[in-house]
Design a protein around this ligand. Structure first.
Ligand code: NOJ
Ligand code: CA
Length: 554
């Protein structure tokens, strides 16, 4: 069996750019595509291989552009189609590949299809591209079923018909301005194929597939036994739900991970494979149990799937070791490459999640070095390399629909989406000459790219060094093992410490304890997440919460 993807992609370091918060070039306070072009040298200097761009398509921007009104055009806030072409060209000239987002579960209610659906009567072809149904109750005042939106509130909204009467309901698993598409309608298939080809023709190297597990729905006219519980179970930030209850609810979600999605990806795969070069795809699929995720990366489907185990991982040796083993074993079964994700635009930033402050930063640095030494691909969210924390934002500036739909009970994801501080010599850190769309914490001066470039022990320089060693060391650099689970061998050590070897000549030790530890392994120290790692008589002493990389020639 041929493995999914060449070794180049299997081991790539992919950097997520959230364009709105990366670099503004026209002073409107929002990042744009010209801004990404202007920072390509920075991205190259990090040592990454590819860039994943979050959506920059025409959109009212009710959900950070994941509410797409025209997937084959660029929203003016980000620039023009020719800026996108220029960005693809410029990245390629620097040897960086480009992955773009595709959002197939829903369209914005500003998409022309939705406008047509509103203008046409119930039962029309235009309506059947979405999930429109009559309501229940005497005058249709009760939604077709009791599902809840993942962003809070009901998953259905009622439209006003053209004669002014209250009309049908449409399904939206996310915001009410994100209408779910009906993948049983052939127009939907054709339109998405057109979009894939549109961007492939422009030279993109791959797609990140939003809500890849959501496209097919079942039992759409049936009530769920516990719709609110289900929404809570789907949310990672809800921690007070008993495990068995969560697992029971997630074992069968009528709108996620249905069999029907796989045929769609088999068709898409044919499209990717028909293009020259190696065009790849990575699925965002939150499925349960997570072992089902490998079904998305069978040899005739998609190429990679985000592994979110580390997105919620604790800094605990036992937890991490079992997550690593589980992941490597699962993907090996389908010969797919593992991926590792520490944070993204939907989750708290790594340092914050690990407790914030100096301790959070220490753990985050150690966690990053552990991640960068694992076999497979890594995804880095912009600002992760700077060790940024979530910004504390006043409610008045929040923009995430999650905040509004939960009536503020859930603060939403804006804290992780604050613009990047480039240089400390200006109030807005050279992100914009205008007013940033989310305020930037004044205390970020020391965190700016410029300040961290000057300081050899900075977070940024740690990432630069680890990515550079990862690309060169014979044990870490591009490999093409079919069975990745054989790529690491655990070395027995004391509780709270992880140690593994990768051949030839690489050993990692991670001390997850809050005290220093002596480990009977030694060799040339290549990199450490903290200063203070020492060696004597074949023993390496690691301070608390520290990972180090060791070169050991047998
Ligand atoms: C996942 C995206 O990453 C997130 O930002 C978005 O809100 C939802 N999908 C809905 O598209
Ligand atoms: Ca701008």
């Amino acid at each position: 069996m041929t493995p999914q993807l060449s070794s180049w992609w299997r081991n790539a370091a992919i950097y997520q750019v959230y364009p709105r918060s990366f670099q503004d070039t026209n002073g409107d306070g929002e990042g744009d595509l010209q801004g990404v072009i202007s920072r390509l040298d920075y991205l190259k200097s990090l040592g990454i291989d590819a860039i994943w761009l979050s959506p920059f398509y025409t959109s009212p921007n009710n959900d950070g552009g994941y509410d797409v009104a025209n997937p084959r055009n660029v929203d003016p806030r980000f620039g023009t189609l020719s800026d996108a072409e220029e960005l693809i060209r410029a990245a390629h000239n620097k040897g960086l590949k480009i992955i773009v987002d595709i959002v197939p579960n829903h369209f914005s209610t500003e998409h022309e299809w939705f406008k047509e659906a509103l203008a046409d009567p119930p039962g029309s072809q235009a309506r059947s591209r979405f999930h429109f149904y009559d309501g229940r109750g005497e005058s249709g005042e009760i939604p077709p079923n009791n599902w809840c939106s993942i962003f809070g509130g009901p998953a259905w909204s009622r439209v006003t018909e053209s004669d002014g009467t209250a009309g049908q309901w449409y399904l939206h698993l996310f915001d009410s301005t994100q209408a779910d598409l009906n993948w049983e309608n052939s127009d939907v298939h054709e339109d998405f194929e057109k979009t894939l080809r549109f961007w492939l023709d422009k030279g993109v190297d791959g797609f990140r597939i939003d809500v890849a597990h959501g496209l097919a729905k079942e039992e759409i006219l049936k009530d769920h036994r516990d719709p609110e519980g289900l929404t809570r179970a789907l949310r990672l930030d809800v921690s007070d739900m008993p495990r068995h209850e969560r697992e029971s609810l997630l074992s069968d979600v009528p709108f996620f991970d249905r069999e029907g999605v796989h045929e769609i990806y088999r068709q898409w795969r044919k499209v990717f494979d028909s293009y020259p070069g190696e065009r790849m795809s990575v699925a965002e699929a939150w499925v349960h149990p997570s072992s089902r995720a490998t079904r998305y990366v069978r040899s005739d489907e998609l190429h990679q799937i985000f592994n979110f185990d580390f997105l919620i991982a604790e800094w605990s040796a036992e937890f991490l070791r079992s997550a690593i083993d589980k992941t490597l074993n699962e993907v090996s079964e389908v010969q797919a490459p593992p991926t590792w994700v520490l944070c993204n635009h939907d989750s708290p930033r790594l340092v914050s999640r690990l407790g914030g402050g100096d301790l959070g930063a220490k753990k985050a640095r150690a966690m990053a070095l552990l991640t960068h030494a694992l076999p497979g691909g890594i995804y880095i969210f912009q600002g992760e390399e700077l060790g940024l924390e979530d910004a504390n934002l006043p409610d008045e500036v929040r923009q995430d629909p999650v905040f509004f739909r939960t009536k503020g009970a859930d603060k939403g994801r804006d804290g992780a989406r604050v613009p990047i501080p480039w240089r400390a010599d200006d109030e807005n850190f050279r992100f914009t000459t205008g007013k940033p769309w989310l305020p930037m914490p004044p205390q970020w001066s020391e965190m700016s790219v410029e300040s961290q470039t000057q300081e050899s022990g900075s977070f940024l320089n740690l990432y630069r060094k680890s990515l550079s060693i990862r690309a060169k060391h014979p044990a870490l650099k591009q490999k093409n093992s079919i069975d990745v689970s054989l790529e690491i061998s655990w070395i027995p050590t004391q509780a709270g410490v992880l140690a593994f070897e990768r051949k030839p000549g690489f050993t990692l030790i991670a001390n997850c304890n809050d005290f220093s530890c002596d480990v009977e392994i030694s060799g040339e120290i290549l990199l450490a997440s903290q200063p203070g790692v020492t060696q004597k008589d074949g023993v390496t002493t690691l301070p608390a919460h520290t990972t180090c990389w060791i070169n050991r020639t047998p």
